[in-house]
Design a protein around this ligand. Structure first.
Ligand code: NIG
Ligand code: FE
Length: 417
């Protein structure tokens, strides 16, 4: 067929910079993190929700002459952000904790004194599935408005079999009823519920919760909060090993408040990701590298907890790790759905460059969710998830902060903003 006869439904043209992230079909490391594959005056054509042609706008205009053309007006276009660590489904908020932290109390002190994860668990248990769907839809809309089109979402505010399944079902409904793509993770081991012993709860997670979540295909990943006062290395190993046997892939909250060897555990288990890592040392970084585990860095939670203990992003990049950035959206330690805010923190606090940060928030995040072949870059055959920002240079995304810059958002080729 003559190329001029290509039938396309939509062409997004005349971006000042089309940030494609085109490159090798694997997570990006080292210098590759800075290679954004920018096409100046670029555009894409979209057919059946997928990206068809990527290139210079005037060339696409010639080839896709039957397409409906949208003029992006010299703005920046990127693949939708992929947020690889969120706690999307919960009831209420944690305003009491927020005020207490402002008065100088720490996350651990507040958790012991009836705040913390336990207080969100109470509210989430009391909420019906319909109420949780309504709250989560509001959160999903926040993500989309910030330019995020895929999120990983963790359970973990139920801590009984029925309440954990309820949260995972809410995610499934959200996937069907909103434009946001949700990748579900089972985090039954988020905290030991107040009414149970640690041993009894670990048994419940392994013998009842995990098998049900796996059987009903409600989760792709399993996560554990490995930390003093939550789950120790032995308990975390037991839970994650059981999850692996059931076919789930692994992620883990490790070395957030203390260095307990969590990064090494994730390496030993061949996890997809090790998340947080604020307290991880050189040995932990080397272990992640040897086992090809992707670090997921969450500067929003460091910021919101009023800490300055950011993870050592530069050392990780220099060690050759395929770094990912995510929001850690949750009511306690990181109440933000904003990936642009995370880009700002990554550059100002962790000394990543804007290009490295964008790679970590798109294609590397997509690979960490096992979706590197479908999302995270603007390449032919991938889903047409595109965000258009009201600026001319991609570095402005991380530079201006506290200002919404999203101009338009397309999910599978459909404009939703
Ligand atoms: O990733 N660290 C454990 N979980 C969350 C906090 C959850 C909460 O405080 O509600 C986190 O920071
Ligand atoms: Fe988290």
């Amino acid at each position: 067929m003559c190329p001029s006869n290509i039938v396309s439904t939509l062409a997004l043209l005349y971006a000042s910079q089309l940030v494609t992230l085109a490159g090798p079909k694997r997570p990006r490391v080292g210098k590759e993190l800075s290679e954004l594959g920018i096409i100046r005056d670029g555009g894409i054509s979209i057919r059946d929700g997928k990206i068809d042609i990527v290139g210079k706008s005037h060339e696409i205009e010639k080839k896709a002459d039957d397409a409906e053309v949208v003029d992006l007006g010299g703005r920046v276009a990127l693949p939708g952000f992929v947020d690889a660590h969120t706690h999307l489904v919960f009831a209420g908020n944690r305003l009491e904790d927020f005020e207490r932290r402002a008065r100088g109390e720490t996350y651990e002190q507040i958790a012991k004194a009836s705040g913390g994860i336990g207080s969100t668990v109470e509210k989430t248990r009391a909420a019906s599935e319909a109420e949780l769907v309504a709250a989560a839809k509001k959160h999903a809309d926040w993500f989309l408005q910030c330019g995020t089109t895929t999120v990983e979402a963790k359970s973990g505010y139920g801590l009984t079999l029925e309440d954990e399944l309820k949260i995972l079902r809410v995610m499934r409904r959200l996937n069907d009823e909103t434009q946001l793509e949700i990748v579900p993770t089972f985090l039954g081991a988020h905290a030991v519920p107040r009414e149970m012993s640690p041993e009894g709860y670990v048994d419940l997670v392994i013998n009842e919760m995990l098998p049900r979540a796996a059987k009903e295909k409600l989760a792709e990943f399993c996560d554990v909060f490995c930390e003093h006062g939550y789950f120790d290395i032995e308990q975390s190993r037991k839970i994650l090993t059981a999850a692996k046997k059931l076919g789930l892939k692994l992620r883990g909250h490790v070395d957030q408040l203390s260095n307990s060897g969590g990064a090494k555990l994730m390496a030993e288990l061949g996890a997809a990701t090790a998340d947080h890592l604020e307290k991880t040392d050189k040995q932990g970084i080397a272990a992640l590298k040897a086992a090809n585990v992707q670090p997921v860095l969450l500067p929003g939670s460091v910021y919101a907890l009023g800490s300055t203990s950011y993870p050592r992003a530069r050392e990780m990049i220099e060690a050759g790790l395929a770094v990912v950035l995510a929001t850690d959206f949750n009511p306690g330690s990181s109440p933000t759905p904003s990936m642009p805010m995370v880009l700002s923190l990554a550059c100002t606090q962790m000394k990543m460059s804007p290009a490295e940060a964008i790679t970590a928030a798109t294609i590397n995040a997509a690979h960490s969710l096992n979706r590197g072949d479908k999302i995270g870059s603007l390449e032919s055959g991938k889903m047409a998830n595109v965000t258009v920002f009201d600026c001319e240079d991609y570095r402005e995304l991380a530079y201006w902060f506290g200002i919404p810059q999203t101009h338009a958002i397309y999910v599978r080729g459909k404009q939703i903003k």
